[in-house]
Design a protein around this ligand. Structure first.
Ligand SMILES: Cc1cc2nc3c(=O)[nH]c(=O)nc-3n(C[C@H](O)[C@H](O)[C@H](O)COP(=O)(O)O)c2cc1C
Length: 344
């Protein structure tokens, strides 16, 4: 099942293995791609990953988590990202970009947010955004999407998770606004809707959305709380998305799971999958090919990400091929080293 094809809109993936966005904090101080990124992502493509979603890439310089985030806020950043895309495509993988804004979780100065509430004592109190700040960020996402289209990315993922700016509007734990950008029925949808519109006006491929489906707080959101919001965005062609990447946590300082084990987020993904008709990407501490295959066979998710496992082992997909005794997609250059992999 892992090695069956999957389509997201017009995008064909050769297997169900996804590298999720993972910040490498290795750009230069101006957000430019470095040789590290080319080798890092190129190796995972060579290792057989079906879809690589590159790390949170800032749509505004002030929206960076760190001074070494990748950026897509100006046209000069296009050629570096294009080289990255060409390398990944050259090894037969598809590549998406995660468009991001850190909001109050930026560490490079005072952040902005839906409300002037700091994330923790280690962060400055953010500026509460007014309508013009909101418009600026919405158009920055649109501009990022325009550049992503120009570069040729196969998909754009909008970062609505982990307590970053979009999540700071979605979550009632952060968003206390009483204007139209506030929470209605316990969830803040409008900022997200406008960002999706802005992105879709500029990017014609499939759109993914990452959410923190569980906030690990009794006053916070749980997977079922997302269903009305997702159903609302799907009803309108200008805001509908093609893939939900179901993650969790990071919205508030204490909002992390206490007891994690492989597959701890699959239940959340399954709830979202059962409640919507949208394709689902899920993961969390996964590495066992049999377990991953089972999740796909049971239709708890359509695609599976492996994060830290792919940092440890870029050749995980090739090892899994060997595990299932599948004779395809192995790089011919390395055939003389077979069996090259021992234990996944
Ligand atoms: C080093 C590192 C950087 C990360 N950066 C991002 C990011 O840029 N965007 C994002 O949505 N998640 C980010 N994450 C979360 C991962 O995408 C993933 O959800 C998490 O690592 C759990 O999956 P895993 O257990 O397979 O590693 C990051 C995780 C790690 C370990």
């Amino acid at each position: 099942m892992i090695f069956t094809k999957f389509k997201i809109k017009n995008l064909s993936l050769k297997n169900r293995i996804v590298m999720p966005p993972m910040c490498m904090y290795s750009a230069d101080g101006a957000g430019f791609v470095q040789p590290f990124h080319l080798v890092h992502y190129g190796t995972r493509a060579q290792g057989g990953v079906g879809l690589i979603i590159i790390e949170a890439t800032a749509v505004e310089a002030r929206g960076r988590i760190s001074g070494n985030d990748l950026g897509i806020w100006n046209d000069d950043q296009i050629p570096g990202l294009k080289s990255l895309l060409d390398i990944v495509h050259g090894f037969g993988s598809k590549i998406a970009i995660q468009l991001a804004h850190a909001g109050r979780k930026a560490t490079i100065g005072q952040g902005i947010s839906s409300w002037d509430l700091k994330f923790s004592d280690e962060y400055p109190t953010p500026i509460k955004m007014n309508d013009s700040d909101i418009d600026q960020v919405i158009s920055a996402f649109g501009e990022g999407a325009r550049r992503a289209q120009k570069i040729g990315f196969d998909m754009v993922e909008i970062h609505g998770a982990h307590g970053y700016l979009i999540n700071q509007f979605i979550s009632p734990l952060v968003n206390r606004r009483e204007d139209s950008y506030g929470c209605k029925n316990g969830i803040g949808t409008k900022f997200l809707q406008e960002i999706i519109k802005s992105v879709k006006n500029n990017f014609k491929g499939p759109i993914g959305l990452r959410i923190s489906a569980e906030e690990y707080s009794s006053d916070g959101l749980h997977p079922q709380n997302f269903l009305p919001m997702l159903s609302e965005i799907q009803q309108d062609h200008s805001t509908s998305v093609d893939l939900i990447n179901v993650s969790s946590g990071g919205v508030i300082e204490k909002g992390f799971p206490s007891n994690v084990q492989p597959g701890y987020q699959i239940g959340f993904a399954n709830e979202i999958k059962n409640g919507t008709k949208i394709s689902i990407l899920a993961g969390g501490m996964l590495r066992d090919p049999k377990m991953i295959d089972g999740i796909l066979i049971d239709e708890k998710a359509d695609l599976i990400w492996l994060g830290r496992e792919l940092l440890r082992n870029p050749y995980w997909p090739l090892q899994a091929l060997e595990h299932f005794k599948i004779e395809k997609d192995k790089p011919q250059q390395y055939k003389r080293a077979e069996p090259y992999f021992r234990n996944v």
